[in-house]
Design a protein around this ligand. Sequence first.
Ligand code: AMP
Ligand code: MN
Ligand code: MN
Ligand code: MN
Length: 313
Amino acid sequence: MNGRDGRRCKWWSPPAPPERWPYHRRVNILTNADLHCHSDVSDGTLTPEALAHRAQGNGVELWSLTDHDEVGGQHRAMAAARAIGLPYLTGTEISVSFADVTVHIVGLGFDPDDASLKAGLASTRGGREARAREMAEQLAMVGIKGAFEGALRYVGNPDLISRTHFARFLVEQGVCQDTHEVFRHYLTEGKPGYVPHRWARLGDAVRWITQAGGMAVIAHPARYRYTPTEEYALFSEFKEHGGQGVEVVTGSHTAAEYVKYADMAQEFGLYASRGSDFHSPEESRTDLGTLPHLPGALKPVWEALAHRVILPH
Ligand code: AMP
Ligand code: MN
Ligand code: MN
Ligand code: MN
């Protein structure tokens, strides 16, 4: 009964399921799940509590906060979601180095107190400060002084100074109009302020998530500059390590990329995820809960993770 493009038909919408149904019967491909966003515990600008309210206000029906390399906001996000009646999945986004490219692996539905996961994330965060100091030195060489201290003023979590915080400082200084322009001229490969970094290994990141009871998901695959062979290697090795999901509909993909990665999800037998990657009302082009639905033939990650959803009651 759904429209061909996977949206609800104008003349028919599914009846609301009774509240007493078990949760797995209340979710389907049309559930407005947003399983990727950032708070000020990493490089977003809103608190976990403000994000929970924004998600609900935008019609999100299942939410996850996925801060970079950090689970420090999970209990706050969970409590805020519970208080307003919003179903929640725990989340994080782990920085990984694979074939000399930084890849992001989202983890969903894990135990946020798992000791190995927390230790792995702490080791991944380590080195960010030294990297940031080197970034500032490079920027100083092109005449931008005080970038380390300047970026720090935007940091909510001193353990997690990121390129986003430098980007905000460069906008503040009038070097660029907005953060998107910053990433075109600075902080990326071949541009001033870019410092290559060794992040976690793919297998380690996938294992930290899965051993904590969660599902590993390849984040925004279209963003990586891989040849088709390298991309195939990423998907194959990810599966071999126990990874089970891929983001298909994300704020980082075009409509053509939804189609490409829907095909890849089916080819590799992966569950499909959907998430805005919202960081900030001023900077993000995609708000929480506003993306199109997943293409109809896919299996959503939230059906496989229904038993891990934290329900308000
Ligand atoms: P880091 O983990 O310090 O390398 O910072 C990565 C973050 O910078 C990403 O999560 C994005 O929030 C932001 N970022 C990286 N590249 C871009 C880009 N091209 N445009 C906008 N934001 C970007
Ligand atoms: Mn980010
Ligand atoms: Mn990412
Ligand atoms: Mn992200």
